[in-house]
Write a protein that binds this ligand. Structure first.
Ligand code: FAD
Ligand code: NAD
Length: 473
């Protein structure tokens, strides 16, 4: 009995093996802690790997290739005859990528001597000299573990919407939309955020007539307004329909086939499929936080201080289950900083420079403040814009849409925000984030030699444009 107790006691127990949990676990193990991770799904990697970032990007890549072969290859003198899309093969490829990456996490756990428990973790409201007691339940029964520190990394789930009956066959969340096995004729997407626009792009490229219904008067409403305007125009030109400033009151499967979507004051739609993509909600279901006296905020998130500590001693929370952008890389940063805090007493994330990327084609990417946020807070700024139209590499790609917009402080020239619409914007934004982490000025970037011909030259030119001296525009 004594032996078993020792075996099941850990320095750190992480509940949830998403990008926050598994990365935090690895960092803690690197720092010498004895770590266990509890994950209820067979495959680790969380929402991001199983039903989020990775599968959506796999489908975006496949649908992009199909669309390019159909509409763009001829510009290059490449003729394609008998082009078809095999949706089953596309889904199989996506699943293979997910499985391979999931196995990768398993081997990282082995390498770092992390013990994985499969099952649902919950607090039982007890502490022993070895720490908090956590129960892990699965089909075979229940195991009890003790941890000196606990990290809650249980992520998020799709937010429901009143009047919308999700059945995952007709009315879908993103999880269902990643599994559609035939190209639907028509689809309504509720919400023009990241999920809405990415999934609208996938199915529209494959031939579905997609209508995006958005409550606000713009797409990607939290991004810089120049991004919102430009992306809407580009996606409209690609064939996606938008109804903005609308309130969907009902969406459900229709008895005569397909779905019905009712919109306040407008004609109802009868699409074959509906995707509900109006945000995600923190997931604390079944954790029994009440046994620790933890009360979630009005949006269901676990309140934490700047070191991820909850109100319960030695219990921490990270990622989508706490306040902040619901992004995989933010969850990873939380995981690393939280593990470092627990093991060393130091650990920090700079939430001012968390980049955000929307993987449409072209991509939209941003880091730092939007122009509106600077206006609202009376921060004096200068703007440098540079269009990809004037970038040589963009021409060779055959896609000159979009721009780089740099916002710098009017007095100090320090970069405050960078906003990009354009090919590979998601990769380009890393330069801006790094520069901002080093408190760079726009002139710093303007004076760095950028290789030619690259899309990154547009960042240098935008930096020069802050000072009114862009060369190519
Ligand atoms: P999660 O990834 O949600 O992981 C939580 C894990 O905890 C899950 O595996 C769950 O099974 C497990 N769990 C929950 N409760 C328990 C319990 N009681 N016991 C045991 N295990 C439990 N973000 C980006 O940055 N880039 C993108 O391109 C991107 N694309 C996305 C596309 C889609 C369709 C979706 C839905 C999301 C996307 N996101 C993207 C968001 C990203 O997936 C999340 O921000 C990220 O996964 C959050 O990580 P996390 O570790 O906090 O939680
Ligand atoms: P989101 O918050 O990005 O967008 C939701 C959209 O739905 C908003 O534009 C909002 O105004 C709109 N909306 C809200 N209520 C509505 C209503 N009743 N009717 C119509 N529209 C309504 O959420 P999402 O797109 O569902 O994504 C969920 C989370 O996952 C986000 O936090 C996002 O950051 C993350 N995610 C990130 C990526 C990425 O980084 N590329 C991709 C997918 C998801």
């Amino acid at each position: 009995m004594e032996f078993i107790m020792n075996e099941l006691s850990y320095d750190l127990i992480v509940i949830g093996a998403g990008p926050g949990g598994y990365v935090g676990a690895i960092r803690a193990a690197q720092l010498g802690l004895k770590v266990a991770v509890i994950e209820k799904e067979k495959l680790m990697g969380g929402t991001c790997l199983r039903v989020g970032c990775i599968p959506s990007k796999a489908l975006l890549e496949s649908s992009h290739n199909y669309h390019a072969a159909k509409h763009q290859f001829s510009d290059h003198g490449i003729a394609v005859q008998g082009l078809t899309i095999d949706v089953a093969a596309m889904l199989k490829r996506k699943q293979k990528i997910v499985t391979v990456l999931g196995k990768g996490i398993e081997s990282l756990f082995k390498k770092n001597a992390i013990t994985r428990y499969t099952g649902t973790g919950r607090f039982v409201g007890e502490t022993t000299e070895n720490g908090h007691v956590i129960a892990v339940a699965n089909n075979e029964g229940e195991t009890r573990l003790t941890g000196k520190s606990i990290i809650i990394a249980t992520g998020s789930v799709s937010s429901p919407l009143r009047g919308i009956t999700v059945d995952e066959t007709h009315v879908l969340t993103s999880t269902g939309a990643l599994e559609i096995d035939q190209v639907p004729k028509t689809m309504a997407v509720i919400g023009a955020g990241a999920i809405g626009l990415e999934m609208a792009s996938v199915w529209s490229r494959l031939g579905t007539e997609v209508t995006v219904l958005e409550y606000m008067d713009k797409v990607l409403p939290t991004m810089d307004q120049d991004i919102s305007k430009n992306m809407q125009k580009i996606l409209k030109d690609q064939g996606i329909n938008f109804q903005l400033g609308v309130k969907v009151t009902k969406a459900e499967k229709h008895p005569e086939g397909g779905c019905v979507v009712e919109i306040d004051g407008k004609e109802a739609l009868r699409p074959e499929k509906v995707l509900l993509a109006v945000g995600r909600a923190a997931n604390t279901e079944g954790l029994r936080l009440d046994t620790l006296g933890i009360t979630c905020d009005a949006r269901g998130r676990i309140p934490v201080d700047t070191h991820f500590s909850t109100t319960a001693r030695d219990v921490y929370a990270i990622g989508d289950v706490i306040e902040g952008p619901m992004l995989a890389h933010k969850a990873e940063e939380d995981g690393v900083a939280c593990a470092e805090w627990i093991a060393t007493g130091h650990g920090h994330v700079d939430y001012n420079i968390v980049p955000m990327v929307v993987y449409t084609d072209p991509e939209a990417a941003a880091v730092g403040k939007t122009e509106q946020q600077l206006k609202d807070t009376n921060i004096p700024y200068k703007v440098g814009m540079f269009p990809f139209m004037a970038n040589g590499r963009a021409r060779t790609y055959g896609d000159t849409s979009g721009f780089v917009k740099m916002l710098a402080h009017a007095d100090t020239d320090r970069i405050l925000g960078v906003h990009i619409v354009g090919k590979h914007a998601g990769d380009l934004i890393a330069e801006a984030a790094s520069a901002m982490a080093f408190h760079a000025s726009s002139e710093d970037i303007a004076r760095v030699c950028h290789a030619h011909p690259t899309l990154a030259e547009a960042i240098k030119e935008a930096a020069m444009a802050v000072d009114g001296r862009a060369i190519h525009a």
